[in-house]
Design a protein around this ligand. Structure first.
Ligand code: ATP
Ligand code: MG
Length: 663
C-alpha cells in the first residue's frame, strides 16, 4: 500500500462520517478492475472490453477492446424502453419561445442529422466544428457526430472570428455547423457573419450548415453553405449508431484560456461516458423524477459533460435556456426554476455573485421550493457566496455540491457526493475526492503536504474520463500534465504510477477536506510566504461593500512580491480613500498582516474569460507593466482598459510613475 493510501485509511478510521464513501474509495484502490467494470456495465457496449485499462504512461486506453457509441447510450437505450416519451429537454429561448423534446424527438432529429453529415461526406474520425447558440440543435449536432464517429469540436458562440479561426485551424475540421444568429440580452448576435470572417482565413472547411434561429439576413455561399432545414427535409430516420472503439475520440474542446493559450483537450468515448454516468449518480444523485438544470453553455466542458452527455445517459429531464441570466430582468433564472419545478440546479460562483449584487428580492418573488440540490463549478466559491446561495436560493434546505474539476478531467473529481453519502459540508471546500480519484496536495518536491500546508493539487493517474491527449500535440500533453512530478514520488496501484499536475494550488485540512486556493502559477509569494489568490479574494468579498475581487502580485525588490487588489463594489457603496484603507486593513485582519494588499483599486468590472473566470494574468501584466499576451478569451476589453486607467491614476497621484499604454 502506498504512503498516500495509508494516510487515507488512517484518516478514514478517525472520521466519524464518510464511511460508505471511504469504503468505496478503498475498493477502488484495492480492486480497480472490478470497481470500474461494475460501473461500466451500466452502459450499453456492442462488445465488452477485454481489459479495463491499458496503461502506457501517460497514455491510457480505458476499456480497451470494447465497442461503444455515445449517441446510442444517450438516446437509443431510452427510445427502446418505456422512456421514449419522457421529456429529455425543456428548452426556453431568450425571447420567451419554448420547446419540449422527448427522447423520441431527440433521437429522430439526431438520426436525420447524422444522415445529413454522411451526405456531406463526413466520415469516422473527421472533425466537425460547431459554433451555435444554446438551442436544441446544438446537442443534436453533437450527438449526430457521435453517432457516426465524427469528432465534434464545439466553439463557444460568444467567441470572435479570430478565436473561432484559431480553433478550427487547429482541429482541421472540414465541416462547420452554425446558425444565422443568436439572441443575447435582447440583441441579435450575427453568428454567420462572424463565422464567414473566420472562414475567409481557413480553406479547410468544405461545407457550412446554417440553422435558422433569428431569421437574420445572411450571405449563403453557393455550393458551400446549406440551410439546416433544407438538408433535414430530404433525410430519413434510418441511421444505425456505429460501434466505436472505446478509445475513439468523442470530441476536442479547447480550455477556457484563463492562464494562457487554450489547449485542445481530447476525450475518448468509453472512459469518458463511464465517468459521466457515475458522477451524475454520485454527485447529483440523479433520479428519474428529477428536473435537472445546469446553466453552463454547451461551449464549455461543463455543458458537454453535464448538459449533454451526463443527463442523457441517465434518461434524465433537463432544462436548457438560451439567453442571458438577467434578461429581461434579474429574476429570469428564478422564474425558470419555478416554471419547470427544477429540483437540481448547477451553476458558477461568478453567476451567484452577480445575483448577490442584484439583491435577494429577485429570488424571493419566486417559489423555489422544488429545489433539493445545488451545485457550483468553475472557480473557488467564497464562503460568503456559498452561504447566500444556500440561504436565498436553497431556502436553507439544499446541500451544495462544490465540484472541482477541469476540461482535462472530463467530469467532476472532488465534490460532496450525496448520491453515496453526504458528508458535513464546509463552505469554500470541495470536500473529498470521489471514489476512484486519488487526489493529493504535494509540496515542491512531490511529497504529500501535511494538513494545512499549502501545495499543488495532483491526481495519481490514470482515471476514466481523463483527457487522452492534446489534439495533434502529444508532447505538450506529456510535458504540461505529466512531467512536473515525474513518476516516482508517490506510489500508486497502477503500474507504473504517474502523477497528473492540475495547475491548481490547494490545501487539505485535518479531516482530509480539500480547499482550492487558486491557480498555482498565480500564487502570491510575499516575504517568503505563499498565499493563494483565493484566500485574499474571499476575505475581500466578505466585506459588506465588496461584490467581487481579484488579486495579483507585483514584483518587489524587498518582499519578492506585493499584493495588488482590484475590487468591484455592491450597489450603494462608493469608492473612497477611506474605504480603500478600510479594505486593506480588513484583509490584514482576516487573513493576516502579510496578506495586506499594498495597492487596491476600485473598478466597475473585472477582466473575465467568456466563461466568466477572472483573468488574473492580465491584471498581473497591468500592474507590472508587462505585455498582455493572448486576449482572445477576454470577454470585455474595456475591463482591462479600466484597470489600466485606475492603476495609472492612483500611481500618478502617489508619484509612482506612469503605465505605458498597452492596448
Ligand atoms: P486554461 O487551462 O486554459 O487556463 P481553465 O483552467 O480556466 O483554462 P477549465 O478547464 O474550464 O479551464 O477550468 C478548470 C479550472 O477551473 C480548474 O483548474 C480550477 O482552477 C477552476 N475550478 C473549477 N472548479 C473549481 C472549484 N469547484 N473550486 C475551485 N476551482 C475550480
Ligand atoms: Mg486549466
Amino acid at each position: 500500500m502506498s504512503e498516500a493510501t495509508k494516510l487515507y485509511m488512517e484518516e478514514a478510521k478517525r472520521a466519524s462520517y464518510g464511511h460508505k464513501l471511504r469504503q468505496m474509495q478503498e475498493l477502488a484502490l484495492r480492486d480497480p478492475e472490478n470497481f470500474w467494470s461494475d460501473i461500466a456495465r451500466n452502459l450499453y457496449w456492442f462488445k465488452t472490453w477485454e481489459r479495463v485499462l491499458e496503461w502506457n504512461p501517460p497514455f491510457a486506453r480505458w476499456f480497451a477492446g470494447g465497442l461503444i457509441n455515445a449517441s446510442f447510450n444517450c438516446l437509443d437505450v431510452h427510445v427502446k424502453t418505456g422512456n421514449r416519451n419522457k421529456v429529455a429537454i425543456f428548452w426556453e429561448g431568450e425571447p420567451g419561445d419554448r420547446r419540449v423534446l422527448t427522447y423520441l424527438d431527440l433521437w429522430r432529429e439526431v438520426c436525420k442529422f447524422s444522415n445529413v453529415l454522411k451526405d456531406l461526406g463526413v466520415k469516422k474520425g473527421d472533425r466537425v466544428a460547431i459554433y451555435m447558440p444554446m438551442v436544441p440543435e446544438l446537442p443534436v449536432a453533437m450527438l449526430a457526430c457521435a453517432r457516426i464517429g465524427a469528432i465534434h469540436s464545439v466553439v463557444f458562440s460568444g467567441f470572435s472570428s479570430e478565436a473561432l479561426a484559431v480553433r478550427i485551424r487547429d482541429s482541421g475540421a472540414k465541416i462547420l455547423i452554425t446558425a444565422d444568429g443568436a439572441y443575447r440580452r435582447g440583441r441579435i448576435v450575427q453568428l454567420k457573419k462572424t463565422a464567414d470572417e473566420a472562414l475567409a482565413k481557413i480553406p479547410s472547411i468544405q461545407n457550412v450548415v446554417v440553422l435558422r434561429r433569428t431569421g437574420s439576413d445572411v450571405e449563403m455561399k453557393e455550393g458551400r453553405d446549406f440551410w439546416w432545414d433544407d438538408l433535414m427535409r430530404e433525410n430519413s430516420l434510418n441511421s444505425q449508431a456505429v460501434p466505436l472503439e472505446s478509445e475513439h475520440p468523442l470530441y476536442i474542446l479547447y480550455t477556457s484560456g484563463t492562464t494562457g493559450r487554450p489547449k485542445g483537450v481530447v476525450h475518448d468515448t468509453g472512459g469518458y461516458l463511464v465517468w459521466l454516468y457515475v458522477t451524475m449518480k454520485w454527485v447529483f444523485d440523479i433520479k428519474p423524477e428529477d428536473i435537472y438544470w445546469c446553466t453552463a453553455d454547451i461551449g464549455w466542458v461543463t455543458g458537454h459533460s453535464y448538459v449533454v452527455y451526463g443527463p442523457l445517459l441517465h434518461g434524465a429531464t433537463s432544462v436548457m435556456y438560451e439567453g442571458a441570466p438577467d434578461y429581461p430582468a434579474p429574476d429570469r433564472w428564478w422564474e425558470i426554476i419555478e416554471r419547470y419545478s427544477v429540483s437540481i440546479f448547477y451553476t458558477t460562483p461568478t453567476a451567484i455573485r452577480m445575483h448577490m449584487r442584484f439583491g435577494e428580492d429577485w429570488a424571493r418573488r419566486h417559489d423555489l421550493s422544488s429545489l433539493r440540490l445545488l451545485g457550483t463549478v468553475g472557480e473557488p466559491i467564497n464562503p460568503e457566496a456559498w452561504r447566500w446561495y444556500q440561504k436565498v436560493i436553497g431556502g436553507g434546505r439544499c446541500p451544495i455540491v462544490d465540484t472541482w474539476w477541469q476540461t482535462e478531467t472530463g467530469g467532476i473529481m472532488i465534490s460532496p457526493a450525496p448520491g453515496i453519502e453526504l458528508v458535513p459540508l464546509k463552505p469554500g471546500s470541495a470536500t473529498l475526492p470521489l471514489p476512484g480519484v486519488h487526489a493529493e496536495v504535494v509540496d515542491e518536491s512531490g511529497k504529500p503536504a501535511k494538513p494545512y500546508e499549502k501545495g499543488y493539487l495532483v491526481i495519481l493517474g490514470p482515471w476514466p474520463g481523463m483527457l487522452t491527449t492534446l489534439w495533434g500535440d502529444p508532447e505538450s500533453y506529456k510535458s504540461i500534465y505529466w512531467s512536473k512530478f515525474g513518476q516516482n514520488n508517490l506510489n500508486f496501484y497502477f503500474d507504473p504510477p504517474a502523477v497528473y499536475y492540475t495547475g491548481d494550488y490547494a490545501m487539505k485540512d485535518d479531516d482530509g477536506y480539500i480547499w482550492l486556493l487558486g491557480r498555482a502559477d498565480e500564487v502570491l509569494k510575499v516575504a517568503g510566504h505563499r498565499i493563494g489568490t483565493t484566500e485574499v479574494e474571499s476575505a475581500l468579498v466578505m466585506h459588506e461593500a465588496v461584490a467581487e475581487a481579484a488579486v495579483t502580485g507585483k514584483p518587489d525588490p524587498v518582499r519578492g512580491e506585493t499584493i495588488v487588489a482590484f475590487v468591484t463594489l455592491k450597489p450603494g457603496f462608493n469608492p473612497s480613500d477611506s474605504l480603500r484603507t478600510e479594505l486593506i486593513r480588513w484583509v490584514g485582519k482576516t487573513v493576516g498582516p502579510i496578506a495586506s494588499p499594498s495597492e487596491l483599486y476600485f473598478v466597475s468590472k473585472l477582466p473575465k474569460t467568456r466563461s466568466g473566470k477572472i483573468m488574473r494574468r492580465l491584471l498581473r501584466a497591468v500592474v507590472s507593466n508587462m505585455p498582455l499576451g493572448d486576449m482572445t478569451t477576454l470577454e470585455d476589453e474595456t475591463s482591462i482598459k479600466e484597470a489600466m486607467e485606475a492603476v495609472d491614476l492612483l500611481r500618478k497621484a502617489m508619484g509612482m510613475g506612469e503605465l505605458e499604454s498597452q492596448l
